[in-house]
Design a protein around this ligand. Structure first.
Ligand code: ZN
Length: 379
């Protein structure tokens, strides 16, 4: 197969993806070139993982490392009088959607000869990358916020990775990881574009699981926006393959206390707009400075969707309502439920439309915090 290429939206340089690379020489982020068209005849239907779409991936055919990621359930439940499809990304090997991106990114890095890696994460991506690094047999170090939920830190450490807790903000954690780029390869899920190459399989799965149809609306808890960019990329490839005639509206769901995309969206901007970040229980999407701001805003506008910023007090009721429907998810994922309530109430989405809410992470990641939020007595 042909080797994929990166391009830099900042300076226009192009690179062959034939070696480990996470950013451009100019310091800007890299994106993969537009993928090729994809059609249903190329699906390996006997494979119950995201590798059923291997033909569409800018990665080798058979993965070197797989833990069975992808092909997660899509479950229909009633929400305020509307039948909603809940996509259970929480049922991935490490309990969050990150495995989709990690599996494809790490297989690419193994293919081009990566050595020891490190990463920074609020928890879920760190757990995912540490786990896949363990499966691949490569050394791994993860920088995490000192205040990250203990279950996530334990999960990272249990894989054998080195855990480096960093006090301060999420940005301080990123700075610590950037300071280590001379020690090991920075396998950053937020920078390395093959992570988005993996998340695009979410678009393929939703389309296939809905009987080769696209939904009208998709709601996604959003920190850096890798799922939004993956959905955009996946639906683009399906459209060019002649498989779909319309695209779903994409709604990025943020916690109002830390909502970079909401700030840019409401300002009508096409780039980062400074804002004051406050703590939020939705720790997985507390992103003060996303990497691909322009790309995410463009994808949202092109889809005719938008940004929903939910208040802290809307998250616990959504968490409780999801639990009572059989979905034990972390507070970050519950923001999708809160946004669903908001968009159904104000008529942005209606009961006659097909709507998907992506539940990004398992409640087992944050059981103590969920207990506090729901007032569940300890012991
Ligand atoms: Zn550049």
């Amino acid at each position: 197969m042909t080797i994929a290429s990166y391009h830099c939206p900042t300076c226009g340089r192009v690179y062959l993806a034939d070696r480990p690379l996470w950013r451009c020489d100019c310091g800007g982020h890299l994106n993969l070139m537009r993928g090729r068209a994809f059609g249903r005849d190329e699906i390996i239907t006997a494979n119950a993982s995201l590798w059923r779409y291997a033909a569409a991936l800018a990665a080798p055919g058979a993965p070197r490392v797989s833990l069975g990621e992808g092909w997660t359930p899509l479950v229909l439940r009633n929400w305020r009088g509307a039948a909603i499809h809940f996509k259970l990304e929480s049922q991935m090997p490490t309990g969050s959607f990150k495995d989709r991106g990690t599996a494809v990114m790490l297989n690419h890095l193994l293919e081009v000869g990566v050595g020891p890696i490190h990463e920074d994460s609020s928890g879920n991506a760190g757990a995912s990358i540490a786990t896949y690094a363990a499966a691949a047999g490569i050394p791994c170090r993860i920088y995490v916020p000192a205040a990250a939920p203990r279950a996530k830190l334990v999960q990272i450490a249990a894989s054998g990775a080195e855990v480096r807790p960093i006090p301060g903000t999420r940005q301080d954690v990123s700075e610590a990881a950037l300071g280590a780029i001379d020690e090991s390869f920075y396998a950053s899920h937020n920078w390395q574009p093959f992570f988005i190459e993996g998340t695009k399989t979410l678009a393929f799965e939703l389309w296939e699981q809905l009987g080769f149809r696209v939904p009208d609306n998709i709601l996604v808890p959003t920190g850096y926006g890798s799922n939004i960019l993956g959905l955009e990329r996946g639906f683009d490839e399906l459209e060019r393959g002649g498989e779909i005639a319309a695209r779903p509206r994409l709604f990025a769901v943020q916690a109002a206390n830390c909502a970079a995309f909401a700030a840019a969206w409401s300002a009508g901007a096409d780039r980062f707009v400074p804002f004051a970040a406050q703590p939020t229980v939705a720790d997985g999407i507390a992103t003060p400075k996303p990497v691909r701001v322009a790309e995410v805003l463009t994808a949202l506008r092109r889809s005719r969707g938008g940004v929903v910023a939910v208040a802290e007090e809307e998250i616990a009721p959504a968490l409780a309502a999801l639990g009572r429907r059989g979905f034990f998810v972390e507070p970050t994922a519950a923001t999708a439920g809160a946004a669903l309530t908001r968009l159904l109430s104000d008529g942005t989405i209606t009961a006659d439309q097909t709507t998907v809410a992506v539940l990004t992470g398992s409640g087992l990641k944050a059981a103590d915090r969920i207990g506090e939020l729901l007032g569940i007595a300890a012991g």
